[in-house]
Design a protein around this ligand. Structure first.
Ligand code: UT7
Length: 333
């Protein structure tokens, strides 16, 4: 098999819109600060008091992708599910999604690489398809952050950024040389693991989470925002140049770059670093905030529905996040 192509995409976000003004009611923040520092105007959060997991959002995103592809659930041979907010500690969210899709027996794998999870998953899906291990792979990124955020002033630097959502991409084989996934590059640096992390529950503690942890707020994400920012604006352009160079291509060949939607200022600096025109870069962070592993497939689905990409165009994806982890992919769509 020559390679792996994108068959179809789908996405889904909860109906509940949470604006920056809504957040002003919960914490000491302002619409102006959030828009200036992040570009986020609103995000979607699952409704309170309902047990809705990322796998529920991923199910709808998958159904939309299947409909576009004129395929059925039974045509999926394996599931790869990227998330940092699994429905439960274990088993993996891919198993819950498999059950919700009514699929029995097929492989179901969780990827825990945060904002870079979709690209790590893409690399695995590409290898599976190229080697013939599986023919059609469902790759999803899905997150429910809102149930795990500190929405008091203590957590404002983190909680104003994140939103809930899911994106699904159906991948399959292509015989055409130079079509589909041209390359994926991945990286990580665990020295920075605690610069963006959630401490508890953690199996290194006895018990894994206790009331003292909760009082200290250690169940909430902690982030050294400016450190993450500084690494993101170097690592993402670097990964893009590398994946393009390996494929014998340059930035001028890019039709559309979809960077992980972390912060509009990060996207703008990545664009400047790569000297790309506005029409070569996609952003939808103003509507959804940072949806970590879901952000790239959600943005890809939206970019396609807006006609920003035609078959044969060069699509480049780039991500950076907790771990630190990062990556980029070049895809002849
Ligand atoms: O997707 C995973 C990867 N994550 C990222 O890529 C995120 C990367 N980091 C960022 O996007 C930015 O660092 C943030 C948006 C998180 C923060 O922006 P910043 O420009 O780095 O702000 P800061 O943390 O340096 O804080 C500046 C000021 C501080 O006040 P003082 O000390 O200057 O008085 C904060 O206390 O802004 C304050 N602040 C806020 N004010 C109003 C922090 N959060 C808020 C808030 N509303 N929500």
């Amino acid at each position: 098999m020559a390679g792996t192509r994108i068959i179809a995409t789908g996405s889904h976000v909860p109906d509940r819109v949470v604006t920056n003004v809504d957040l002003e009611e919960l914490m000491d923040t302002s619409d102006e600060w959030i828009q200036q520092r992040t570009g986020v105007k609103e995000r979607r959060w699952v409704p309170e008091g309902r047990e809705i997991g990322g796998s529920d959002l991923a199910k709808v995103a998958t159904e939309r992708a299947l409909k576009k592809a004129e395929l059925e659930e039974g045509d999926i041979d394996a599931i790869i599910y990227a998330t940092l907010s699994p429905d439960h500690m274990f088993p993996g969210a891919a198993c819950f999604l498999q059950q919700k899709l009514g699929l029995k027996g097929i492989a179901a794998l969780d990827i825990r690489n945060q904002c870079s999870g979709f690209l790590y998953g893409l690399s695995i899906a590409d290898a599976w398809i190229r080697t013939g291990a599986y023919e059609r792979v469902l790759l999803v990124g899905a997150e429910v952050h809102s149930t795990g955020l500190d929405i008091s002033t203590r957590g404002r630097d983190v909680s104003v950024i994140f939103g809930d959502g899911a994106g699904a991409v159906l991948l399959g084989p292509t015989d055409k040389n130079g079509d589909g996934v041209l390359g994926v590059t991945l990286g990580a640096d665990g020295r920075y693991a605690k610069d963006l992390w959630v401490d508890v529950p953690g199996s290194i503690y006895h018990p894994q989470c206790d009331p003292a942890h909760m009082t200290e707020g250690r169940q909430y994400p902690q982030m050294e925002g400016s450190k993450v920012f500084k690494h993101a604006v170097v690592k993402m352009p670097g990964a893009v140049r590398r994946v393009l160079g390996d494929a014998g291509l340059g930035t001028e060949d890019i039709r559309l770059l979809i960077p992980h939607q972390a912060n509009l200022r990060i996207t703008e600096m990545v664009q400047q670093g790569l000297r790309l025109r506005d029409d070569q870069v996609f952003s939808n962070i103003h509507k959804y905030g940072n949806t970590t592993a879901a952000s790239i497939p959600l943005a890809l689905d939206e970019a396609l529905s807006e006609g920003r990409l035609e078959r044969g165009d060069l699509l480049v994806l780039a991500a950076f996040g907790a771990g630190f982890t990062w990556g980029a992919a070049a895809i002849r769509y």
